[in-house]
Write a protein of this length. Structure first.
Length: 348
């Protein structure tokens, strides 16, 4: 076997107030995840090994594996099964990024050249497929129930992405599909897209950790629900950051360029103030050119819709924390509460 691109050093964020003994276990677990990830993305063909490891080597937050590890620590703690579950979730996430970048025609991902820009669209799609297959192979070692969960998660992820892509492709007509005639309906439809395309995989990350960490069924259910809610908060924070600053190595305003109706855009569209007419017009379609993008960002950043979206994100973060009340107390639960804080505060 040839050695492919390194999967990168484990990204272990410092969680404020985390128990020192727990932090040490998390570091050990994330190192094991990084080693296993590097092992499974390797390939006997040097080019495939390089392309498969391209985004893994760029680093990233490793948020999903971290959640798997923390959820396992609510029970008996991490083990080899937890590590494989975390790797399966991260591989699924990485595979989706290869496909996302092709659809978005992205040039950058995680601060490096995107796989589609480096290797071409066809190779990027095929490598994404290869990584999905690798994820399934890793998860298969965890048993039939884990395979079923992986399959269900994959279906939801793809369905959410299809609806999200369709929304952007249809531009102004998407307002009708999303229920724009009914503001609450539009927001509910958008949040369901986020629950599927982002929340489902993060829910599975928490579910796997709880399952293979030996938690009881009630705890597994509570942590699964927590993970999905956290995933929606995570994506809403990313959406706000896409307006307010550069994020994930990609230029600000990517969603506006694609014509996506994110939460702040949906709120801005409800304005009947004539002074907001230009902003509403810009957010009804993909913005074109650097000047239009700069104008749209300037108007949206100054609009009350941003604070409205932040408040909504904060409410969902509170709901995620409340789900942890069903789990009990302990260092791992406190770390999960702090994780919610860290995710939500990214949007402030």
């Amino acid at each position: 076997m040839t050695v492919g691109a390194s999967a990168g050093a484990p990204a272990v964020p410092t969680i404020p107030g985390i128990d020192e003994a727990l932090q040490a276990r998390v570091v050990d677990a994330m190192e094991a995840v990084a080693a296993r990830l590097s092992e499974v993305v390797d390939h006997e063909d040097p080019f495939i090994a390089e392309a498969s490891g391209h985004l893994a080597a760029a680093g990233g937050k490793r948020f999903r594996p971290l959640l798997t590890v923390l959820a396992s620590e609510v029970g008996g703690g991490w083990n080899e099964q937890v590590v494989d579950a975390a790797v399966g979730v991260e591989l699924t996430h990485l595979a989706s990024l290869y496909h996302d970048d092709v659809m978005d025609e992205a040039d950058l991902r995680r601060g490096v050249t995107s796989a589609n820009a480096r290797y071409g669209n066809s190779t990027a799609i095929l490598v994404g497929d290869l990584l999905f297959g690798t994820a399934s192979s890793v998860v298969a070692g965890l048993g039939a129930e884990a395979v079923r969960i992986q399959a269900d998660t994959f279906v939801r992820l793809c369905a959410g992405q299809i609806r999200d892509d369709r929304q952007a492709a249809l531009g102004a007509e998407a307002a009708v599909l999303a229920g724009d005639a009914d503001d609450d309906g539009a927001v509910a439809a958008y949040l369901q897209i986020l629950a599927d395309k982002t929340g489902a995989l993060i829910a599975t990350a928490a579910r796997y950790g709880a399952m293979f960490g030996g938690c009881d069924e009630a705890t597994v259910r509570a942590l699964t629900a927590f993970g999905e809610k956290l995933g929606v908060v995570f994506q809403l924070a990313d959406d706000l950051l896409d307006v307010s600053s550069d994020t994930s190595g990609k230029p600000a305003g990517a969603d506006l360029r694609e014509g996506k109706a994110t939460l702040p855009v949906l709120y801005a569209r409800t304005s009947t103030d004539p002074a907001d007419a230009r902003l509403v017009e810009l957010t009804r379609r993909p913005v074109e050119g650097a000047d239009e993008l700069e104008e749209a960002l300037r108007l949206l950043r100054a609009h009350p819709a941003m604070d409205q979206a932040r408040r909504h994100t904060s409410r969902l973060a509170d709901e995620a924390r409340a789900l942890l009340d069903e789990v009990g107390d302990g260092p791992a639960v406190e770390a999960l509460r702090s994780l919610v804080d860290g995710v939500a505060e990214r949007s402030v």
